[in-house]
Design a protein around this ligand. Structure first.
Ligand code: NDP
Length: 486
């Protein structure tokens, strides 16, 4: 009996040991996994992003934009705890105000149409809210919050005193008559006018909002408020606009490409350039690249792209401008007119080039596109559009150590000249084309130098993403610290 009790005790002990060993084996594996995971993802970034996602559910573009910035800024903030204690990044990621409204309007048949209107007043630490209006059927809160968030850092980079905002509507100007666009714009501005003003919030154009739409909105604002002020930028020169404002984003992104190339003793001269889009930014990037001796071989719209190996020269660009801005036609018609290839439903990143300028919309370059560009010899990317490269594409550029100018730095020329338009409005005078262009070039150079200052790695590689994020952050963060908890 005694023997059998002893035997049970031994078996029990052995079993317990076995279980303990097994448990230790499993948990040690888990520990290795956790260590491996934390090697690839900063846990502070992970924690921060978990809160952003919980507070802003379903806003994937906003999460993407904040994540990219958090990856650069959180390590920097950890080294500079004054920003951490004041929760600057958390406050930067929360709009100061979000305005949502109904936009009813009558179409040409007399039927009532209904759209959503938005204005995100993101941050006013360094100046009044400033940023464009987008009219496109894909517009939603998450997209506008991503654009407004980017705008805060971008505006800070310009060195001008402008806060950040963005707005727009899910209205689609495509296929609408001028009268329908006018009625929509008037209804949109009737509500928006309560919230904006030349010292409060100064909207501009973006996708789907060009000179025509700015004109209709400015007219309605003036009528409602009985005042002629610089409440919008992108106005025509006869009624308060600035020379070079239409050109500014495309020219600026081209100057930025040139600045990046100069760091490697190179230039745009003789380079083959692939451009997406055929709207405002794409048109003026094409003009400036050609002027600086490069050859633009593609343009696109949402239906496909044209490939013109001989290059889109001055005369062909004039045709594109007439086609897109006046006739409001499709890029396919270029291929028919000049007898070149049109690739339906495709994006131009498969075309061999030295320089690529994505000038259409967000996430238009995925990881595969990026790898194709690099494999084909592309070594410089300057983004005229906002967030056109997906995160995996950006990783591919940085791994390949090519020159990569992210939108918030490379396309800041547009808002910079908007800032110059505001200055001219306040002073009630107009600068010449040459004066504004010289100021634009000098601002783009300053932005480039800021990126170099904060983005140069030990290896000498300039990480423009880190440079733009930290460079844009500092001025806003220090102003927020000085202004207290507001
Ligand atoms: P436009 O409306 O003038 O042109 C947009 C162009 O992009 C069109 O060719 C359009 O084709 C194409 N496009 C739009 N949406 C899509 C889509 N989902 N897929 C493929 N192609 C698309 O806009 P802008 O040129 O003003 O703006 C282009 C980009 O530049 C945007 O990212 C904008 O935020 C950014 N930007 C613009 C500034 C400005 O000053 N205008 C300033 C800073 C940045 P389609 O006609 O078929 O829709």
């Amino acid at each position: 009996m005694l023997i059998s009790i002893k035997l049970v005790q031994v078996i029990k002990k052995r079993l317990l040991l076995f279980i303990t060993d097994f448990y230790n084996f499993i948990t040690s594996k888990a520990k290795i996994n956790i260590t491996k995971k934390s090697n690839t993802m900063d846990p502070n970034v992970e924690r921060f992003m978990a809160t952003i996602k919980a507070k802003n559910p379903g806003e994937s573009e906003f999460h993407q934009a904040v994540h990219e910035v958090a990856e650069s800024l959180i390590p920097f903030i950890e080294e500079n705890p004054k920003y951490k204690h004041a929760k600057i990044l958390e406050r930067l990621s929360e709009p100061e105000r979000v305005i949502l409204f109904r936009v009813p309007w009558l179409d040409d048949k007399g039927e009532i149409q209904l759209n959503k209107g938005y204005r995100i007043e993101m941050n006013s630490a360094i100046g009044p809210y400033k940023g464009g209006l987008r009219f496109h059927p894909t517009v939603n809160l998450g997209i506008l919050k991503f654009l407004a968030f980017e705008q805060v850092l971008k505006n800070s980079l310009t060195t001008l005193p402008m806060g950040g905002g963005k707005g727009g509507s899910d209205f689609d100007p495509k296929g609408k008559t001028d009268n329908e666009v006018m009625r929509f714009c008037q209804s949109f501005m009737t509500e928006l006018s309560r919230h904006i003003g030349p010292n409060t919030d100064i909207p501009a154009g973006d996708i789907g909002v060009g000179g025509r739409e700015i004109g209709f909105m400015f007219g309605q604002y003036k009528r409602l408020r009985n005042e002629f002020t610089g409440v919008l930028t992108g106005k025509a020169i006869q009624w308060g606009g600035s020379l070079i404002r239409p050109e500014a984003t495309g020219y600026g992104a081209t100057y930025f490409a040139q600045n990046m190339l100069e760091t490697r003793g190179d230039s745009l001269k003789g380079k083959t350039v692939v451009i997406s889009g055929s709207g405002n930014v794409a048109q003026f990037a094409t003009e400036k690249v050609t002027e600086l001796g490069g050859k633009v071989v593609t343009l696109s719209d949402s239906a496909g792209y044209i490939y013109d190996p001989a290059g889109i020269d001055k005369e062909k660009l004039a045709y594109v401008m007439e086609l897109k801005n006046v006739k409001r036609g499709r890029i396919k018609e270029y291929a028919e007119k000049y007898g070149v290839e049109y690739l339906e439903g495709k994006r131009p990143w498969e075309v061999k080039c030295d320089v690529a300028m994505p000038n259409a919309t967000e996430n238009e370059i995925n990881e595969q596109d990026a790898k194709t560009l690099i494999k084909n010899g592309c070594f410089c990317i300057s983004e005229g559009a906002n967030m056109p490269s997906a995160p995996a594409a950006i990783n591919a550029y940085i791994e390949a150590k090519i020159l990569y100018g992210p939108g918030k730095a490379a396309n800041a020329g547009g808002v910079a000249v908007s800032g110059l338009e505001m200055t001219q409005n306040s002073m009630r005078l107009s600068w010449t084309r040459e004066e504004v262009d010289a100021k634009l070039q000098s601002i783009m150079k300053d932005i480039h130098d800021t990126c170099v200052k904060y983005g140069t790695e030990n290896s000498g590689y300039i990480n423009y993403v880190t440079g733009a994020n930290i460079g844009g952050f500092l001025k806003v963060a220090d102003s927020m610290l000085a202004q207290g908890v507001v």
